[in-house]
Write a protein that binds this ligand. Structure first.
Ligand SMILES: [Zn+2]
Length: 190
């Protein structure tokens, strides 16, 4: 689905080989990377690289590792919904992992629907193991602020945690609620 909020294609598709290297990307990969200003993520840069060059440690790495292991050992497709917001839009997405020949796994992410955000918000993801004041769940986008989980709107409206001038630094994590939902939806032990 093409986002109704912008010109570009949100859906992305790529395939990893048995060693977790990027073997194939969808034809519009580079155009999508440039539109998102994802510098250095053109297809010629990512092809042949390890997935683990792009996902560094922590909860997100453990999650991908568990999903890949499950897909390869069971040979079964895994599907789950998540939020893949952009600075100006709330995006409801679906991810599907499809195991293929010889240990390869295809990742398909597709936009289910999106809606504009009242104000654009920019986050910058701090490399693990740094622990910034805010942790963000990679699946629901909620933020852990001083030990409590909040939606992005709650953080904007009720705290001063969002930087008005620079992208707000966040660390990547997965919240317990999403881990439980994901286990129930996929059968993967996380
Ligand atoms: Zn979450």
């Amino acid at each position: 689905m093409v986002s109704r909020l912008g010109s570009y294609q949100v859906d992305l598709d790529y395939r990893l080989d048995r060693n977790d290297r990027v073997a194939q990307v969808c034809p519009h990969w580079s155009a999508a990377a440039r539109e998102r200003m994802a510098v250095g993520l053109d297809d010629e840069y990512v092809l042949g690289r390890s997935l683990w060059d792009f996902i560094h440690g922590g909860a997100t790495q453990r999650l991908y590792d568990a999903l890949l292991h499950h897909a390869r050992t069971t040979g079964r497709k895994i599907a789950f919904n998540y939020r893949g917001d952009s600075p100006g839009a709330i995006r409801y997405m679906r991810m599907v992992l499809v195991p293929g020949q010889g240990g390869s796994v295809r990742f398909r992410s597709e936009l289910l629907h999106d809606q504009p955000r009242r104000r654009e918000i920019y986050f910058t993801h701090v490399a693990y193991p740094a622990r910034p004041d805010l942790l963000q769940c990679g699946l629901c986008q909620k933020l852990d602020h001083l030990g409590r989980w909040h939606t992005v709107d709650e953080i904007i409206n009720y705290t001063d945690a969002i930087d008005d001038l620079f992208p707000t630094e966040v660390g990547d994590t997965i919240c317990d609620s999403c881990l439980t939902k994901l286990e129930l939806a996929t059968g993967v032990r996380l």
